[in-house]
Design a protein around this ligand. Structure first.
Ligand code: SF4
Ligand code: SF4
Length: 188
């Protein structure tokens, strides 16, 4: 049984780099957004982000903890000729963990049905659904990325709770808006 489980190997189909529905687009931490913006500038492409998770403090300062990376169609970092990501080493956790999908804040792991490897390995996926402890054996690198993303998400959640920050949806109520890491540098 131990030797029979295959290890995930990307088939370079492109399904994880093409987006039509907003809820499928990657979520990124503020520091990932800034790295993507730097890489985009170097490569001469433009990016779009939307604040996804925002909190407000008692002074009216709004703090962004998560962004939705808005990608219409192919990702601007996708090399269509070579079927490769041009920023492979620096891509955000959401891309590094794919085809694993991480539900926040529960930490529940799911698998994307869009991925060709997942579609071609139904028996393995059934085994994983019966025993989730096998996921790191099939998806070692992807599981590591999901774990690290969850650790970061949890430490942000702890900070938000400690500071008594409240969720906010209407950014018009904000006196100022900043990313969580800038807020931590300023207010500790
Ligand atoms: S960053 Fe790379 S892996 Fe992520 S969507 Fe863009 S091309 Fe695909
Ligand atoms: S959808 Fe799956 S097989 Fe296709 S490129 Fe993405 S990770 Fe690789």
């Amino acid at each position: 049984m131990r030797g029979r489980l295959p290890r995930f190997k990307c088939l370079y189909c492109d399904h994880c780099c093409y987006f039509e529905r907003e809820y499928e687009m990657p979520t990124v931490f503020p520091w990932e957004k800034r790295l993507l913006e730097e890489l985009a500038e170097n490569l001469g492409v433009s990016l779009e982000f939307k604040p996804l998770q925002v909190y407000i403090d008692s002074e009216g300062s709004c703090i962004i903890t998560l962004y939705r990376w808005i990608i219409r169609g192919y990702c601007p970092f996708y090399d269509k000729e070579r079927h490769r990501c041009r920023i492979h080493r620096d891509k955000p956790y959401a891309c590094k963990m794919y085809p694993l999908l991480l539900e926040m804040p529960s930490g529940k792991l799911m698998l994307s049905g869009k991925c060709d490897w997942v579609a071609n390995n139904k028996k393995t996926i059934e085994q994983l659904s019966r025993n989730v402890n096998l996921i790191p054996r099939v998806f070692p690198n992807e599981f590591e990325a999901a774990k690290n993303a969850f650790i970061e998400f949890s430490s942000i959640a702890e900070y938000v709770e400690k500071k008594g920050l409240k969720p906010v949806t209407d950014l018009k109520t904000c006196a100022t808006i900043m990313d969580i890491d800038d807020y931590i540098v300023r207010y500790g």
